[in-house]
Design a protein around this ligand. Structure first.
Ligand code: ADP
Ligand code: 5GP
Length: 189
């Protein structure tokens, strides 16, 4: 059967190391394509300055997060740099059923779980132009402690080795160029 030409009702997933620019790319994408539904994850991480509960993430205590896992309420979940992150299951299923393009922005282990549950989903890996630039971006963002930066960079080395598992890879050098590539891959341009 031919591939559906439209992005409606499809599951898209973006992953890549912390600091590579996933969040930046996703907000630019949503501004241009407000029809895309972005999943809001649950996390046990403390909110960063400016983050709003229910918009940036659902910020949970570890016991609340564990209860969600036990209830089967998460589509996937993983531990990243000392905190838990997961995708609430119900809203994703509802939006897909309603025919909306659904976007997840999650880390590698979660992406692997989603690949098993949604083999027809389209998964995109975002790479930095270099490891040095990745470090510059994480530091430049100014949101993480020195310890958190070190953990994220350590994890980034492992994540970067997994790029070839994905349906497509975008190097986020020039933001506008990466955004155009993302739109093309998602069938939006
Ligand atoms: P992630 O969501 O992958 O952790 P962010 O979107 O928070 O990454 O981006 C990390 C930092 O890098 C931010 O300060 C952001 O402004 C910057 N950034 C993102 N994309 C680019 C780019 N193409 N060129 C230069 N800086 C970028
Ligand atoms: P941050 O703390 O920088 O917001 O996110 C850290 C990492 O967790 C990022 O790589 C981000 O993509 C990932 N992440 C965010 N939400 C989820 C989620 O629901 N599930 C998984 N597995 N990872 C997530």
């Amino acid at each position: 059967m031919a591939e559906e030409p439209s992005s409606s009702g499809r599951l898209f997933l973006i992953t890549g190391p912390s600091g590579v620019g996933k969040g930046t790319l996703v907000s630019a994408l949503l501004e241009r394509h407000p029809d895309i539904w972005l999943s809001i994850s649950a996390t046990t991480r403390a909110p960063r300055s400016g983050e709003v509960d229910g918009t940036s993430y659902f910020f949970l205590e570890r016991s609340e997060f564990e209860a969600k896992v036990a209830q089967g309420g998460l589509l996937e979940w993983a531990e990243f740099a000392g905190n838990c992150y997961g995708t609430p299951r119900e809203p994703v299923e509802e939006q897909l059923q309603a025919g909306r393009p659904v976007l997840l922005e999650i880390e590698l282990e979660g992406a692997r779980q989603v690949r098993r549950t949604f083999p027809s989903g389209f998964q995109i890996f975002i790479e930095p132009p270099s490891f040095e630039e990745l470090e510059r971006r994480i530091r430049g963002r100014g949101t993480d402690s020195e310890e958190a930066i070190a953990r994220r960079l350590e994890r980034a080395k492992v994540e970067l080795q997994a790029a070839s598992e994905f349906d497509a890879v975008i190097v986020n050098g020039e933001l506008a160029e990466a955004l155009t590539q993302l739109e093309q891959l998602m069938g939006l341009s």
